[in-house]
Write a protein that binds this ligand. Structure first.
Ligand code: TRP
Length: 337
C-alpha cells in the first residue's frame, strides 16, 4: 500500500463471496469496478469467506475458490500495491465487531432482510443463526474501515441501509465512532446473459456450461461456445434487447473485448449477417481472455507468493480494523487489554 496521499482519498470497502467459477459477466460487474476505483479511492477489497460459511461449504473447495478468486482479481488488474486486498477471516476484527453490532441489532431488522428470506427458502435444511445475522457481519466489514462509500448492487442496498442505521445508532448511544457509509452506485456495464438462453443472466451455477464463458476457458473452448451461442431470427446485427436478445448479448461481449460502441459495431457489420459476426466475436473474446487466463494461471501456480500478497493485505487491513475496534471496546466499557 502506497502511503503517499492515500489518506486524503475517500475510503471504499467492497466484499465478494468466494463462490463458483468466475465468468465474463463478473468482469462488467464487480471486477471492473474494483479496478476502476483503486486509483481514485483508498480501497479495501475483501473476499468474504466468513459470509460464505452461512451455507455449507466443502472445505477443500472453499479454500481453493478463495485463492482462485484472489488470483483472478489480480489477473484482471486489481493491484495489491494500489489497494488493500485481503481475506476476511485473516482479520479477526470482522467477527469481533460483528458480535458487538449484534447486540445493537433488533431481531425484527434481520427478519425483514429479503436476502435472508430468500436464502432461508433455498436452504430450508440449514437456516442457521449466521445466515440471520449475515447483514450484521457485512456492517462490521464496512464500519471497521470507516468507509465513505460502498459499491452495491440492488440486492445489497437493504444490507447497506442496516449498516448505516447501526452506525447512527452506535454513534448516538455513545459518541461519534463510525463514519456513516453511503452507497456508491457504480456505472454498470451491460448485463451479460447466458449464451444458451440469452434472456437469463450468465450464471456460475448454470447447469449448461456452454452458456457461460469462464475466465479460465481455453481459446478453443471460448470460440466453440460463442460459435454455438443461440441467436435470434433474422440476420441483421442490431442492438435490440427485446427482439434480438442473443445478438444483443454477443454485441455486449464484443463491446467488452474490443471497446467498440454498439453504433460502431452495427455500422461495421452493416450488410453482413450473423455468419460473419459470430466468428469475429469468438476471436475477439478469446483474444481478450487469453492474457487474463495466462496471468491467472501463473499467479495461481505460485501459491506461496499469492498467500504472501494476501498476508500483506491482511496486515494492512488490521491496522485500521484494530484502531476502530479498540475505540469501540473502550466506549462500551471493556477493560483495556
Ligand atoms: N453481501 C455481499 C454479497 O453477497 C458481500 C459482502 C460482504 C459485501 N461484505 C460486504 C459487499 C461489504 C459490500 C461490502 O454480495
Amino acid at each position: 500500500m502506497q502511503e503517499n496521499n492515500t489518506e486524503l482519498k475517500p475510503i471504499i470497502l467492497s466484499g465478494i463471496q468466494p463462490s463458483g467459477q468466475i465468468h465474463i459477466g463478473h468482469l462488467t460487474g464487480a471486477i471492473r469496478n474494483w479496478v476502476d476505483l483503486q486509483d481514485k479511492y483508498k480501497c479495501y477489497y475483501t473476499i468474504v469467506d466468513l459470509h460464505a460459511i452461512t451455507v455449507r461449504q466443502e472445505p477443500a473447495e472453499l479454500r481453493r475458490r478463495t485463492l482462485d478468486l484472489a488470483a483472478m482479481f489480480i489477473a484482471c488488474g486489481v493491484d495489491p500495491d494500489k489497494c488493500t486486498l485481503f481475506i476476511q477471516s485473516h482479520v479477526p476484527e470482522h467477527a469481533q465487531l460483528a458480535w458487538v453490532l449484534n447486540t445493537f441489532t433488533g431481531m425484527g431488522e434481520c427478519s425483514r432482510m429479503t436476502q435472508f428470506k430468500d436464502k432461508s427458502e433455498q436452504h430450508e435444511d440449514n437456516i442457521n443463526v449466521g445466515l440471520f445475522t449475515y447483514p450484521v457481519l457485512m456492517a462490521s466489514d464496512i464500519l471497521l474501515y470507516q468507509a465513505d462509500l460502498v459499491p452495491v448492487g440492488e440486492d445489497q442496498k437493504q444490507h447497506l441501509e442496516l449498516s448505516r442505521n447501526l452506525a447512527h445508532r452506535f454513534n448516538h448511544y455513545y459518541s461519534d465512532t463510525f463514519k456513516v457509509p453511503n452507497p456508491f452506485i457504480p456505472q454498470v456495464g451491460a448485463r451479460i446473459m447466458s449464451l444458451q438462453e440469452p434472456t437469463k443472466k450468465m450464471s456460475k451455477s448454470d447447469e449448461n456450461e456452454k452458456g457461460s464463458i469462464f475466465l479460465t476457458d481455453s481459446t478453443e473452448q471460448i470460440i466453440s461456445k460463442v460459435k454455438r451461442a443461440v441467436t435470434d431470427s433474422g440476420s441483421e446485427v442490431r442492438y435490440d434487447i427485446v427482439n434480438k436478445p442473443g445478438i444483443a448479448n454477443l454485441m455486449s461481449l464484443y463491446q467488452i473485448a474490443t471497446g467498440f460502441s454498439y453504433k460502431q459495431i452495427e455500422s461495421d457489420f452493416d450488410g453482413l449477417g450473423y455468419g460473419e459476426f459470430k466468428p469475429k466475436v469468438a476471436k475477439a473474446v478469446a483474444d481478450y481472455i487469453a492474457p487474463i487466463r495466462e496471468s491467472y494461471l501463473s499467479l495461481r501456480k505460485d501459491e506461496t507468493k499469492l498467500k504472501e500478497i494476501l498476508t500483506k493485505g491482511a496486515e494492512n487491513a488490521r491496522k485500521q480494523a484494530f484502531k476502530t475496534l479498540r475505540k469501540v471496546y473502550k466506549k462500551i466499557g471493556f477493560v483495556q487489554f
